[in-house]
Design a protein around this ligand. Structure first.
Ligand code: SAM
Ligand code: TMP
Ligand code: ZN
Length: 403
């Protein structure tokens, strides 16, 4: 049943039993792993694409949540630019107030905090919330929902802007989020959020965007329909090149602003491309099977040739790829990653060891599977010597290729 409208959800892919994508394991605790069924479908009534099973939120987001937003220089820049734009466009009054849902380590809010803007981050994962505090950011260590919004508005007054990046798609209970926004936002306040775009996922067969934390896969059409149910309206939309392709939506209460022409233009484009039709999902499913076959045969052949293969980026996304494709330490020796909290651990499900990125050079392997493909430019520039020493990158989005 659809989590937004209660309509029937038609499944279009089942990845089977999967571990939690960010549950990196201590090597001595491999028996203690939680699995759930990862299947995805689309609502036949409102068009919202969503997971069929929900993982309890505190299993995923807790004190030890290992994803640090500031791990990428490119993303740090993206959020600095975002902060100045939000400030220019939405924080104009004498003492504006901004709330961020899922502020993580403060990657965006710290820029506004530095400028003295009144702000509050809402971040349930205690470890990253603490990192944000160390950056001068005020944080409430809680899940955002209707009750949180009521408390914030009582204590701090209405918000001129609520912003959220890569978090709204993590929250199944959108009804409570929207009711919270209605409570928290000033009459003309804006809700700006950005999340991976289903249009890009279908076009690039980036099936690794599908994992426990990503509950929804938005399109402009499905977001507009959801917003309308709760008295809101999309008044602007913009494509973002980050994380493999995202949309940034600006919402206001219905009737408060004239939607920009970009909204109608993108709705028309989604219709023209058939994004979210049964045919688009069938083509995607065929693409996923093709990538699995090609990637596993490539790794098998290279291993048979005695090649050394590692992975780059112990991403949440890679949990879906390794577990769905059945890739383990027999094909990939280890995966390197900049995040200290992941070092010395094993990847969920596949149990491939995680090492610091410095491990790459001792000595360079023959191949590195780029699991953090959305950071390709940054990583390939940083690891130029790997390629120059004869190493080759293996990518699988939008198709399996050796670079
Ligand atoms: N905004 C950052 C970015 O774009 O890099 C962080 C994104 S991270 C993938 C998602 C964050 O949302 C996590 O830090 C998680 O703890 C937080 N989160 C999950 N559910 C939430 C909720 N209901 N309310 C607020 N934050 C939530
Ligand atoms: P993400 O794709 O969800 O942003 O995760 C990226 C992962 O890749 C994260 O664990 C950090 C890691 N990473 C590196 O190891 N090196 C890098 O240069 C970048 C940008 C990310
Ligand atoms: Zn629905």
């Amino acid at each position: 049943m659809c989590r937004v409208c209660g309509g029937p959800v038609r499944q279009f892919f089942d990845f089977g039993r999967q571990p939690l994508s960010d549950a990196f394991l201590d090597p001595d605790r491999v028996d203690d792993e939680y699995f759930y069924r990862l299947a995805v479908g689309s609502c036949e009534s409102c068009g919202m694409t969503q997971l069929l099973d929900e993982v309890a939120r505190d299993r995923m987001f807790h004190e030890a949540y290992p994803y640090h937003s500031s791990g990428s220089v490119h993303m740090r820049r993206h959020f600095e630019r975002t902060a100045s734009r939000l400030s220019r466009e939405h924080l104009r009054g004498p003492d504006p107030f901004v709330v961020e849902i899922g502020c993580n380590d403060g990657v965006m809010l710290r820029a506004l905090a530095k400028e003295g803007v009144r702000h509050l981050g809402v971040e349930p994962s205690g470890g990253v919330a603490e990192l944000a505090r160390q950056q001068g950011v005020r944080v409430l260590t809680e899940f955002f929902e209707e009750a949180t919004a009521a408390r914030i508005v009582t204590e701090k007054g209405p918000a001129d802007l609520v912003y959220s990046a890569n978090t709204i798609c993590h929250i199944p209970y959108l009804d409570s989020v929207f009711r919270g926004l209605d409570t928290l936002l000033a009459p003309d306040g804006a809700f700006v959020f950005e999340d991976p775009y289903l249009g890009d996922i279908l076009e690039r067969t980036s099936f690794d965007q599908i994992y426990d934390e990503h509950f929804y896969f938005f399109t402009l059409r499905s977001v507009s329909a959801a917003a309308a149910r709760f008295g809101f309206e999309v008044v602007d939309v913009e494509r973002l090149p980050v994380h493999g392709g995202e949309l940034r939506y600006t919402l206001k209460r219905a009737g408060r602003a004239v939607p920009s022409p970009a909204v109608a233009a993108l709705i028309a484009e989604e219709d023209r491309k058939g994004i979210g039709t049964p045919e688009s999902f069938a083509a995607f499913a065929a693409g996923v099977e093709r990538v699995r076959t090609e990637l596993t045969s490539l790794l098998r052949e290279l291993r048979a040739d005695g090649k050394r293969i590692v992975g780059y980026g112990a991403t949440a996304k890679s949990a879906t790829v390794t577990n769905f494709c059945g890739i383990g330490p027999e094909s990939i020796d280890w995966v390197c990653d900049v995040t200290p909290a992941k070092h010395g651990k094993l990847m969920p499900g596949s149990h491939i060891p995680v090492r610091p990125t410095e491990a790459l050079t001792h000595p360079y392997p023959d191949y590195a599977v780029l699991f953090a493909w959305n950071h390709a430019e940054e990583i390939m520039a940083k690891e130029r010597l790997f390629r120059e020493s004869g190493g080759r990158w293996i990518v699988y989005v939008p198709e399996v290729r050796v670079l």
